[in-house]
Structures are given as C-alpha cells and as structure tokens.
Design a protein around this ligand. Structure first.
Ligand code: FEO
Ligand code: CA
Ligand code: CA
Ligand code: CA
Length: 604
C-alpha cells in the first residue's frame, strides 16, 4: 500500500508561515520540543552552556553548531527504548554566536570555539515508551564528538596518492578533521555517510591553477581566518600544498563504536558533496548516488566492486572503497525550440527524456584521457567536464526510493542559468534564472541500479502557484498544493512518500522554510503538503520520518542568521522572554537545534 492513507502519520497541511515570523509551526494535533541544542553538554564532565563565556574546551564537550544531516538509529536489544542520534555540524555563524566585543577583541578565542563547533556528534537517546518523547543521555558510552583533530583514514585508489601528501602526512592516508558536512545518508549496514560540501571556504590558496579555480579556492583571507592559527589552512605554505585536496569527500563513520576510525572514501570522488545515499542492486552491488551542490555542477553514481553480505558488517564497511564512478548526462525528448526557459511545458506535456551514466573510473582504470585514476578522483570536477556531463541546477540531496528504486534529485535553484555567458535552459533544467528549483525523478534501465542508462522526468517545478505560473506538480492541481521553493534534503516515510525540506524559501516565495510531504503514487501523485515551518532565518535540514510512530525530526539550522548577539532576530528554541535573564544552560538568542515533532498527547 502506497500513499499518505497508508501511514499512521495523519495531518492537515499547515498554512505557509510569513518569513518574518519567529515560530516553529506544526499541524493541529502535534507539538514540538527541542531534543538537543547547540551547546548542550554531552559528557559527564561537559560544562553547562554559557553563551557569554564560551571556550574551546567547553565546546569540544558540547553539541556543535549548525546541525544538518540527522538520523536516529534504534539500538538492538532495547525494545525500541534506546537509540543513537547522529548529527553533522556544517558550519558556524560567528555574528550571532559571540558578543560584539569578543568578535572585535578576542578573535583567537572566537576562531578556536568555532573550530570546536564544527564536526559531528553521536549521542545516545532514551525514552520510556514509543509514546513518549526521546531524551538524550549525558555521558552515555557511545557519545562522541568528531573534531578537527579526529583522524580519518583515506580509502580507495587515491589513498597514498602524491596529490594527498602533506608534511604532516607524508603517506597521504590520514587526514585530521572533516569540514562543511552537509547532508548524508545511513547505509544498510548501519553506518553514516556525510558529504564534505563547502570545504573550499576554509582554505587560502594560490588560486591560480585550473584545479584551484574549478573548486573555488582563491588567494583571499577566509571568512573564519583559521589560516592565521594553523599553516595547513593556507595551501600557499610549503608542505601544505595538497591540504585542500584532503577535503571534499564522502566520509563514513560507525556510530556504534566510539573508538572506530572514520573513513574518507576516495572512490566516490572529490567535489562539493551534498551527501550520499545507497541502494543495494539486485546483484548485491552497492550503488551510491551523490550530487555536487554548485550551480552548473553534476550528478554522480558509484557502483561497488564487491557485493553486500547481509549481517556481515565488517565486510560491508569495506564496500565503498572499490568500484566504478559515473557522472550523469541528460537528454530531453522534446525539441530544443520548445524549451524556452520559461518553465512552460513542451508539447508532449512533460519534461522528460533519457540519460547516460558516463564512466569516469571503471574496473580500476581511468576512463578520462590524460588523467590517472587518482587525478580523476581528486579532481573529479575536471574529469566530469571532459566526460561531457550535464550541468545541473545545484544537485542537493539525491535519494533512491527504497520501495520503487526510482531516484530523486533535489535541484535547489540556479539563478545564473540563462544569464549572459552561462548555459541556457535544457529539458532537465528548464527554467532560466531558476529561483525555486525542481525535483528530478530517475528510473534506471530495467530497474537495475547498476545500469549505465536511465529515463527521467521532472516530478516538480517548485514555486508558489499563486505567483508563478510555471510551478508544476506532475499534473496535480497547482491550486491545491502547499507552496514550496528551494528543495534541499530528501527522505522517505515507511510507505514510500517523499519528504522534502527546503532552504531559501524566505527569499524566493516569502515564506519560512519547512518540511513537505509529496505523494508519489496513485491519483494524488504530485500533491505537496506542508508539515512544518521553521523559525525566522533558519533552514530545515535532516528530516527523519518515523511515521509509524507518528514522530518527525528536523534539524533547524542557522536560526536568526542575519542578527547579532546583541540584536537577535530569532529566540528559538528557548524563547527566553526579552528582558529576563536566561536560565542556566539556556540562551536569549537562537540555537541550532534538533526538534522532535510528536502527537500533542505524548507531551502531556
Ligand atoms: Fe549545505 Fe548544499 O547545502
Ligand atoms: Ca518531453
Ligand atoms: Ca543541504
Ligand atoms: Ca542547503
């Protein structure tokens, strides 16, 4: 059984929430609570959060900043009463984290705290029954912060490459830290994948080579200035020329073993990975889909060399080290003259066509003339340029539907398409100056996830139908849907509905970002229903849909990002009344937070 009716998570869609509103809005009958907030203590020795007096040592023992990919994995043998929560901490907003006087006079401290607020968190959860909210457990045995001194092992063909060596790691196999961790995915064997996205912003570089330019590495002071504290963040320094090559990977961590060494998988290529999601093909090979989130960049697919073995976790944790890497090329089936850039449907009434997975590395051999395997994997964007991949409108999350195998690609927006000197509209990216984004639906040839060809169609052209006549919902009446813009993270519920969280709607349709359910099958295919809206100036991330328990979780990232410590634009989630002192451990300003949404009666 497919469709919303098959799920116990019944709701009436909320109305869109005005972008100036600093509220967390859920449907009638539901309520929300903060599960864990920036600065919350994780370990027995963690200090309470003190926003006026943050230290590197305290932050390293507390929940980090801007939470993005999130998942909750039940622990075996606990009757569903215990779980681990995994969260990425993508980046920091110093302007609202620190008092103006500290930003001005204590820059070394600001930088050190901000470094410690990056990385990852694993923390255990507990509850008294499935009808009660989760609470996180201070000092539980699996709790872990991954920080900039956490060592990652490089796997796959680029491990040991001269392109990865530095004076601190002459072997080119051991990297300290992970940066820009955006979306992610949970593997069938219970590990977590996370994409290192905007890593270039952390490095000052010569900015002269084709590689530096293609990855946005330039010779200018970085926003956070870490190069002032550590030579590795300035690749102009002798011995650190390759440091930026050691970021931009898909990482894999084991949330069950706090002593495990996390991995950086070179076989999935180096790009501004949004995340990666896996499906197991009929022949047992593991297929990972991953998008490069930059205007006019590409969609990729990895196919493992070895096959999945049910129950053999140690073996399965080696599967992403070896395999083949492809990049997507899309061809439309309508005449180019009918793709005008307006988003108007062509005469066959569909944006659709065929596609090819162009090989980059197959069977351990480079498929790109003039590039070795390690060059292809480290400078993947340049290899994909040579292969002739299709320039997309910023691929964010890419996720296969576990029920149908169809693959969904969130193209969040691309305001540069069709502008002077840039690529114009094509059938897979049919709007010039695409502000609202769209969602691609891919069907692999023969339903085989390892296939090298596919068919595709656009599921949604996002937007507010009241103001944008090109908004399209697979034929579902536009007047009946919730307005949606800038699709970012994707998830599926237990009956195969697609859930989309957004990032950027305030600046395009004037509503706060939120979380939306999209019906994929049956007569209501294309119906978009808004489930929640996040507070002012925040982004909705990491949706976790436990619809069989009527629970939904989201990561609220950068609430109140345009304010300052003294003049906060959001008071989420503590909502300490203005003029009253914040209780110990709370904050009269915004905190990136993991929120649990649950039926109202469960909070009584
Ligand atoms: Fe960090 Fe592409 O969003
Ligand atoms: Ca067509
Ligand atoms: Ca994202
Ligand atoms: Ca985003």
């Amino acid at each position: 059984p497919f469709g919303p009716a098959a799920s116990p998570l019944e709701f009436s869609p909320i109305s869109p929430v005005d972008a100036m509103s600093d509220t967390f809005t859920v449907p009638d009958g539901y309520d929300w609570r903060a599960l864990i907030r920036w600065g919350d203590p994780l370990f027995a020795d963690s200090p309470l959060f003190d926003p006026e007096d943050q230290t590197e040592a305290a932050q390293a023992r507390q929940f980090g900043y801007n939470c993005d990919y999130t998942d909750i994995l039940p622990l075996d043998g606990t009757d569903g009463l215990r779980a681990v929560l995994f969260v990425n901490h993508e980046y920091t907003n110093e302007n609202i984290m620190f008092p103006a006087a500290q930003l001005e006079n204590e820059q070394a401290r600001v930088r050190a705290v901000s470094r410690a607020a990056h990385g990852l968190t694993v923390v255990e959860l507990e509850r008294t029954s499935a009808e009660h909210p989760w609470n996180y457990v201070v000092g539980a045995e699996r709790n872990r912060r991954f920080l900039l001194n956490t060592v990652y092992e490089v796997t796959g063909p680029a491990a040991g490459s001269p392109l990865l060596t530095t004076v601190e790691d002459p072997a080119g196999r051991w990297v300290k830290g992970t940066l820009g961790n955006c979306a992610g995915g949970t593997t069938p064997w219970g590990t977590i994948l996370s994409g290192e996205e905007n890593f270039n912003g952390y490095f000052r570089s010569p900015g002269v080579s084709a590689e530096d330019k293609r990855y946005g590495l330039s010779d200018s002071e970085t926003a956070r200035g870490w190069e002032l504290d550590a030579p590795r963040f300035d690749t102009r320094n002798a011995g650190y020329e390759n440091e930026a090559n050691r970021f931009g990977w898909i990482i894999e961590i084991d949330p069950l073993d706090p002593t495990s060494t996390p991995k950086k998988h070179s076989m999935l290529g180096r790009l501004k990975h949004e995340g990666a999601n896996i499906s197991i093909a009929a022949n047992g090979k593991v297929v990972a889909y991953t998008g490069d989130d930059e205007r006019f960049d590409y969609l990729y697919k990895f196919v493992s060399r070895d096959t999945y073995i049910e129950g053999n976790r140690a073996h399965n944790m080696t599967l992403l080290a070896n395999g083949d890497l492809y990049v997507a090329q899309f061809a439309g089936n309508s005449p180019a003259s009918e793709i005008t850039g307006s988003g108007a449907l062509p005469s066959d009434a569909a944006f659709d066509g065929t596609g090819t997975w162009l090989p980059l590395v197959v069977g351990g051999a480079s498929q790109i003339a003039g590039m070795s395997v390690d060059q292809v994997l480290v400078n993947t964007r340049l290899a994909a340029d040579l292969a002739g991949a299709t320039k997309m409108d910023r691929c964010e999350d890419v996720e296969p539907n576990p029920f149908t195998g169809k693959v969904y690609v969130a193209c969040t927006n691309n305001t540069n398409r069709g502008t002077p000197g840039r690529a114009g509209a094509d059938e897979a990216n049919p709007r010039a100056e695409n502000r609202d984004g769209h969602v691609v639906e891919i069907t692999e040839a023969g339903g085989d996830q390892t296939a090298t060809s596919f068919t595709w169609n656009l599921l949604l052209l996002c937007g507010d139908p009241a103001t944008n006549s090109s908004a399209y919902f697979s034929g579902f009446p536009a007047a009946q849907v919730s307005p949606i813009s800038c699709p970012d993270n994707l998830a599926f519920d237990s009956v195969g509905n697609l859930w989309i969280s957004t990032d950027g709607a305030p600046s395009t349709i004037g509503y706060n970002d939120g979380l939306f359910r999209v019906t994929l099958e049956g007569p209501d295919r294309g119906n978009v229903e808004q489930f929640l809206a996040v507070p002012r100036e925040s982004e909705t991330c990491g949706p976790v849909i436990h619809d069989s328990e009527r629970h939904v979780f989201v990561a609220v990232q950068h609430p109140g990002e345009d304010g300052s410590f003294e003049t906060q634009n959001s008071l989420f989630p503590d909502f300490v009344p203005v003029g009253t002192p914040a209780p110990a451990g709370s904050f009269a300003g915004p905190r990136p937070t993991i929120v649990q949404v649950l039926p109202k009666e469960q909070l009584v």
